[in-house]
Design a protein around this ligand. Structure first.
Ligand code: 4NP
Length: 160
């Protein structure tokens, strides 16, 4: 069997948006029976929360929609750019930060804004919910559910 497709979600802290993206995407992949075909992880451009579970507010909001978030935060590495097939970042600052690891400008094509894959929502970034209220976490999940469907479609040719 071919090697699994490797998908990495990236935000700033790796405790809100990207672990939630990982949970939403994993749920979609499982529902399609592609669990062994796709390797899904997340990381943060910052390392302050390394080792931590996702933020409790994000975990609660996700759990209300049936997603269990159990990943542990870690910081992006230069090796991730080589190792992953697609790196989806939540906002433009993440894009700049991840690109800064791409010193020989080899990997630009696989580093993409997550919202490029949304079809219902018009936002171009997934807003950081960390300093806001509950609504922010719901918006994150709305955007993630929209975009992850697009991501599934995008990678499905690689899974056939
Ligand atoms: P995330 O949210 O990037 O979606 O994980 C944040 C989490 C923590 C912080 C900022 C954003 N922080 O400043 O600690």
């Amino acid at each position: 069997m071919a090697a699994p497709y490797r998908l990495l979600f990236v935000c700033l802290g790796n405790i809100c948006r990207s672990p939630a993206a990982e949970g939403v995407m994993r749920s979609l992949i499982e529902a399609k029976g592609f669990t062994d075909r796709v390797h899904i992880r997340s990381a943060g451009t910052g390392g302050w929360h390394a080792g931590k579970l996702p933020d409790q507010r994000m975990r609660n909001a996700a759990q209300n929609r049936g997603y269990e978030l159990i990943s542990r935060a870690r910081q992006v590495t230069e090796g991730d750019l080589r190792d992953y097939d697609l790196i989806l970042v939540m906002d433009r600052q993440n894009l700049r930060d991840v690109r800064s690891y791409d010193r020989s400008s080899e990997f630009g094509a696989k580093i993409r804004l997550f919202c490029d894959f949304c079809s219902v929502h018009q936002e171009s970034e997934v807003p950081d919910p960390y300093y806001g209220g509950e609504q922010g976490f719901e918006l994150v999940l709305d955007l993630l559910e929209d975009g992850c469907r697009g991501v599934l479609e995008h990678i499905s040719s690689a899974l056939a």
